[in-house]
Design a binder for this molecule. Sequence first.
Ligand code: ADQ
Length: 458
Amino acid sequence: MSRLFAVSNRVADPVGGKAAGGLAVGLLAALKQYGGVWFGWGGKIRQGDPSDPTIVRRGNISYATIDLFESDYDDYYNGYSNACLWPLCHYMLGFFRYERRFSEAYRKVNALFARKMLRLLEDDDFIWVHDYHLIPLAAELRRAGVTNPIGFFMHVPFPNIDVLRTLPDHLDILRALTCYDVIGFQTHNDVRSFTEGLAREGLLQARLDDGRFRADGREITVRAYPIGIDVDGVFRMASRSVRSATVSRTIEGLQGRGFIVGVDRLDYSKGLPERFRAFEQLLARYPETRNRLVFMQIAPPTRTGVRAYQDIRRELEQMAGHINGHYAEPDWVPIRYLNRGFSRSILMGLLRAANIGLVTPLRDGMNLVAKEFVAAQDPDNPGALVLSSLAGAAAELEEAVIVNPYDSEGMAEAIQQAANMPLDERRERHASMIDTLRRHDIDAWRTQFVDALQQSRG
Ligand code: ADQ
């Protein structure tokens, strides 16, 4: 029986409870089913030679992690991955920063991953690589003689070729992707951007049937596999947690006011300043909402080594201070901005307690919080979802109140609409979104991808 060999930049903690995000849940289920290895960076930086992988075994899964050199880490992770690829993939060219040494470190770290994997790989393993940090990994493995099926899933959007061309070595990126057997994207839109990019760069030789293409001399499968969630798992966790001490106290503290919630990593692509501005617009244009609604934004810092992430943190603190200073009353603070992470269980309880979920990224591959919000609701009295048209999730959750995340006035109107939505309408929209979530849940995502990868063995 073949093993699954999964690779991602970071590996979920095999002992802690941190393996709870969508990706970790989906991958762990696949690894448990097939048995196998989860390989990646363990989170440690070292000065000397990179060591051999550290291996921790739990049941039929081996967690294999390596360390990285300090200088490589900075240029590979903060540089190429998060100052070049991340802003490009999110169409935010103002944040794009390029230096040649970023490209070198990116290739070097991918080559290191490939080298360290070689000793652990078995002949009939099928390899599943995750996300934009590791695009060249298949090319490195092929160079080392690996012939196993290799799949790649891109969690973030794939940019249009005119945007990708901003990157001086964009051709290397396209070519590197053609070294995979199966390439999965979140939406059809991403599939189109990628295949059109191949065509416009002269790398596409033929469109075959059923999502198969001939590109740069190889046959590849390119399809949309929208990532989903464990619908019942989220519902159960949310139903339990809404009665926990922390969430109960939060609900009591609202004193009957409407509760709006946002949960995001603190990232400029998540549209947080625009969202704060929308809430300010709401208070300004609809005075009846003052002292009637509370907006809680949870946004723990990430990628603190990248300058843009430090700037956005300051900007949001100032905005929250300004809006609260202007509108707060002795018994009401309009925005509660929490700049830290919470356990998954508390988050799901807060999503359940909310009347409105605000998910308004400027661009997002999928956005699991939108799906978790819907799954967390009480079907008899569900909250309303306000969702960005530029999140991958909008292609599936058509019954959300869809907004343009750059249009703060439009978002204010949408929040007002959501706050006044009749119960029947909320129920109908919720039921229909739950159906969609069940059809494309986390099991469907991994099963369909792994099946395609196994078939690619021919
Ligand atoms: P992210 O950009 O991290 O993921 P998202 O899809 O929302 O965005 O996933 C975040 C996950 O982390 C969710 O499960 C959420 O509950 C959790 N989370 C968010 N804030 C948290 C907090 N404060 N504390 C603890 N947990 C928190 C990338 C892409 C997305 C894509 C996913 C999965 O950018 O577009 O949906 O991968 O493919």
